[in-house]
Design a protein around this ligand. Structure first.
Ligand code: AKG
Length: 247
């Protein structure tokens, strides 16, 4: 297997010194004024929406503490300056000490098309691995840098922080002490099916991208099957139920 070094994985946007020192310091003190979750080896904080590491499910927006003001100002910058589709709804703070890392993974599709990670305190490498595992690219995520995963780097390559005690940067071996990262994500609206019953008709719709953009079944007369209702009723159903109803 040949590991070819290339500057950046496809789709990764990297901005050194994107954060000012003042923003850096206020983000670090904001983070350190909040409690960390200690369920994983590394400590984390979730804002906006919780992410369950076991089921890999994102809970509803509002299921975690709101994004603190100093971090929200950064989320607004991502929307105003970096083409984020909207202000990110979720921030996960990761704290890595010394040889802690994060296993290789690709972010879930239920997160949006751009995932931004901002590095605080120290300069550590993140390793990206191509889908065929033939290319590994180490990207130095410097303090105050912004890295935005888009395209293949977002949805096909994996990224990880390797477990090791030092970073080798420019010929120097630098002990790792503590790195914080803030990862900002938008959350895709849920996809689900609805049975819509209004008066004398019924339809099955699929909710996608925040609107009913797939009309799955022509509405049909139900007056002989259901009592007439004056107001439409929206009943959330799962895909199996939808398929059964559609026949
Ligand atoms: O620490 C980082 O920069 C990235 C964190 C990450 O990949 C994640 O939270 O899924």
């Amino acid at each position: 297997m040949s590991l070819i070094k290339a500057p950046l994985p496809p789709g990764l946007l990297y901005f050194p010194d994107w954060l000012s020192d003042a923003e850096h310091d206020s983000a670090v003190s904001e983070i350190d004024s909040h409690e960390f979750d200690t369920g994983l080896t590394r400590r984390v904080q979730h804002y906006g929406a919780r992410y369950d590491y076991v089921s890999a499910q994102i809970a509803k927006i509002g299921s975690a503490l709101p994004i603190p003001k100093n971090l929200y100002l950064i989320a607004e910058r991502l929307f105003n300056e970096c083409n984020f589709e909207r202000i990110p709804e979720q921030v996960i703070v990761n704290e890595y000490r010394s040889d802690q890392g994060i296993a290789a993974h690709t972010d879930k599709d239920s997160f949006g098309p751009m995932v931004a990670t901002i590095s605080l305190i120290e300069n550590w490498y993140m390793t990206f691995l191509s889908p065929d595992r033939r290319e590994a690219i180490d990207v130095l995520l410097a303090k105050n840098s912004l890295a935005i995963m888009t395209g293949a780097s977002r949805s096909q390559w994996t990224h990880e922080i390797k477990k090791r005690k030092n970073e080798r940067i420019g010929g120097l071996i630098i002990p790792r002490i503590r790195r914080l990262s803030m990862t900002f994500r938008t959350i895709n609206p849920p996809r689900y099916w609805q049975r819509v019953v209004d008066g004398t008709t019924e339809g099955i719709y699929r909710l996608e991208n925040g609107k009913f953009d797939k009309y799955a079944q022509n509405r049909w007369q139900i007056s002989d099957r259901y009592e007439t209702k004056l107001d439409p009723e929206f009943i959330e159903i799962n895909e199996a139920e939808a398929n059964k109803l559609i026949g």
